[in-house]
Design a protein around this ligand. Sequence first.
Ligand SMILES: Cc1cc2nc3c(=O)[nH]c(=O)nc-3n(C[C@H](O)[C@H](O)[C@H](O)COP(=O)(O)O)c2cc1C
Length: 321
Amino acid sequence: MPRIETALTRLLGIEHPIFTAPMSGIAGGALANAVSHAGGLGIIGPGADAAAIRREVAAAGNARVAIGFIAWRLERNPSALAVALEAGPAAVMLSFGAPAPFCARIKAAGCMIICQVQSVAMAQEALDAGADILIAQGRDAGGHSGNVRGTIGLVPAVVDIAGSVPVVAAGGIADGRGLAAALALGAAGVSMGTRFTATRESLWSDARKAAVTGGHGDQTVQTRIYDTLNDPDWPRMFPARMLRNPTYERWEHNEADLEAVAETERTRFQATPPEDLSQRMVLAGEAVDLIHDVPSARYVVERIVAEAILVLRGGAALVRD
Ligand SMILES: Cc1cc2nc3c(=O)[nH]c(=O)nc-3n(C[C@H](O)[C@H](O)[C@H](O)COP(=O)(O)O)c2cc1C
């Protein structure tokens, strides 16, 4: 079977240039295992919690997986890094915060460092800190991201400063067209979140997966409202992209009012049933338009590679000599 070989596949010794993003409460060991066994790199997102790290590493079984952290949370609980490194992961991924405080410990453990960045300045900071792989994440992404740069502009700008460090594109990629486009921008692979939320191995409920397969990119919004109600400690520079729902619409034009009663509203919101999606919010990126099924993660990886190969081969036919 033909495959796509890049600097990323060579560096990591993987077959396909595809990561599953570390998504808290979604990308557990089962999803990471499936993606790694399919030839990509599975990244678990257990949070900075020792018990959850051990549980999800165990759930990943014999697969070679990476472990992702939200850097500002890890700063509050740095001992979680030692627990992750004990597991001997393929790499540690850091996102949403300064990577430098952790890089020396990760390197000393002989482990690779993947940094997800949201601007060229953050990319430079990660390179200076010793990142082995960069993920350039545009604001098209599901979940938290920067609020300035889109994927198509950010990726080549990061590639231009990254030298020999492979750059992975994230945000708005869910099919082979997206993988082929990312490669055309100079990326060496893609990291997908929203696409993998709707897979059999994702830890999300069927109701949340159905919200993704029935969702539209036009309905997604990038907002602070999600964090005001879930976790106000999230830095404001990283809003979250989610599907509009009645909770969002209630506060959409009254965010200042929400801030004024944030504590009371948060308590009320967090008492609602976690699967009541008229109240609870579903994180999803712009590429949600492209997701219509809930297959195995292996099928997703194989289909996207096959589609991208068709697109890349078809692209050559556009050229006239
Ligand atoms: C539901 C959801 C949860 C996410 N949680 C995390 C997380 O815990 N840590 C993290 O680094 N990124 C998280 N992300 C962002 C991903 O790392 C990735 O950048 C993003 O999903 C890429 O865009 P896409 O959703 O369009 O594929 C999350 C994304 C989604 C959709």
